[in-house]
Design a protein around this ligand. Sequence first.
Ligand SMILES: [Zn+2]
Length: 292
Amino acid sequence: MKQDKEEKEQAPAEASEEELAEVVEPEALELKEEEVVPEVTKLTEALEEWKPKTLLGKRVRSGEITSIDEVLASPHKLLEPEIVDMLLPNLEVELLLIGQAKGKFGGGQRRIFKQTQKKTAEGNVPSFATMAAVGNKDGYVGLGMASSKETVPARNKAIRLAKLNIIKVLRGCGSWECGCGTPHSIPFKVTGKCGSVEITLIPAPKGTGLCVERECQKLLRLAGIRDVWSQTKGQTKTKTNLIKACFDALSKLLECKIPEKTRATLSIVEGATQRVEQNTSDVENDRKKASS
Ligand SMILES: [Zn+2]
């Protein structure tokens, strides 16, 4: 009899959990289907129909401004994501895993949507938050976070914000163990902060890879950085803060005033570079040399 009672007591709690799971599952599936559709064709069509509203947008449309550096340096605020689409055509979008599916003992699967609920008299009102990172893998990255009552608008908002928050990244070879003269890492140590989280990115020699947390790896990969060491402090399980701190560190690279002499010794490159192609060929050459 006692067991029966216990079962009855446990039953309602489990049912509510299942209800929650039902809310999450179908939308996640819908999104996966959408992602299969190639977004490149969608983008080009949208860009042809684009009618700019801001001065900056009109200048980009007319061909007066041809590089993203001019946009970032101009006093006008970047308000239209199409500007970034037009000037950086090979932009890649990645959604970061900031949420978690409901699971017992904290073992829920990582999800791109962080689901939260507001309690009202009518019932629970769920909302979905997501974080998007954009980058061309060659010196430009952006990060955006947004929430909405449904998943699709939240994702669109986040991508839009990520494009508007785009920054230029400084790259170089700041490791004393390397000194190869190619911009595969960062030129010097930087620390970024958000909330209690502090992350320090340290230049590493060629071949190290990205020794950072997984979501930060995605961000750095989109920025075009290949080798880095890191150190963190604070509540790093708060993923949103950790990612924001990483982005903060990248933006701080640009704030330093660097003399020309140092720029040459650390082989610093601002933003995009033609030398990346040479780099890959360099790596291939090195491999050939090693093999021979
Ligand atoms: Zn190097």
